[in-house]
Write a protein that binds this ligand. Structure first.
Ligand code: QAP
Ligand code: CO
Length: 168
């Protein structure tokens, strides 16, 4: 297993649209294991393949308290079940150090495939619903900072650009 490099805003590679996963092989399983190691090491609750520069429709998350409920979603889609919005202070491993309030539909029906390609679907609410929508956005090249004001987004961009220059 390996810890992968996480792309940081405003890296243009975070804007790529991911393509569907078609082969459920050992390469895919290896990538999933590396993504979990990367997410847990960074103390994240969700990570999309896009964030580690792999432009495939795959995301992982673990929203449990004890970090003992790893979940994998391949080729995920969702339908909104409750259009009422819930507010969360969202962060992102690709936007380190910044959190902003984002509103998203409260309850969704998510459908995806597991590591073996088996289809599943279930109803999600709460943090799980928010996190799934956040991660599925990554697969479309979208970031939570796209939902906040241009002023705030530009401030975050320039702060992160400075940090990235200083650590390069
Ligand atoms: C997405 O984000 C999410 O800035 C997952 O310094 C987050 O795991 C969806 C993280 C909140 C809904 C609500 C961020 C870790 C982790 C940071 C993450 C940081 C260290 C973010
Ligand atoms: Co994110």
């Amino acid at each position: 297993m390996a810890v992968l490099q996480i792309l940081e805003f405003p890296d243009p590679r975070l804007r790529k649209i991911a393509s569907g996963v078609t082969s459920f092989d050992s390469n895919l399983n290896h990538l999933i294991d590396d993504m979990f190691e990367t997410m847990y090491e960074a103390q994240g609750i969700g990570l999309a393949a896009t964030q580690v520069n792999v432009h495939k429709r795959l995301l992982i998350l673990d929203v449990s308290e004890n970090k003992d409920s790893p979940r994998v979603f391949i080729n995920p889609t969702f339908d909104i079940l409750d259009h009422e919005l819930s507010e969360y202070d969202e962060g992102c491993l690709s936007v380190p150090g910044f959190y902003e309030t984002v509103c998203r539909p409260r309850v969704i029906m998510v459908a995806a495939q597991d590591r073996d390609g088996a289809q599943f679907e279930f109803e999600a609410g709460g943090l799980l619903a928010t996190c799934l929508q956040h991660e599925i956005d990554h697969l479309e090249g979208k970031l939570f900072v796209d939902y906040i004001s241009t002023l705030k987004r530009n401030r975050i961009r320039s702060k992160l650009e400075k940090e990235q220059k200083n650590s390069a």
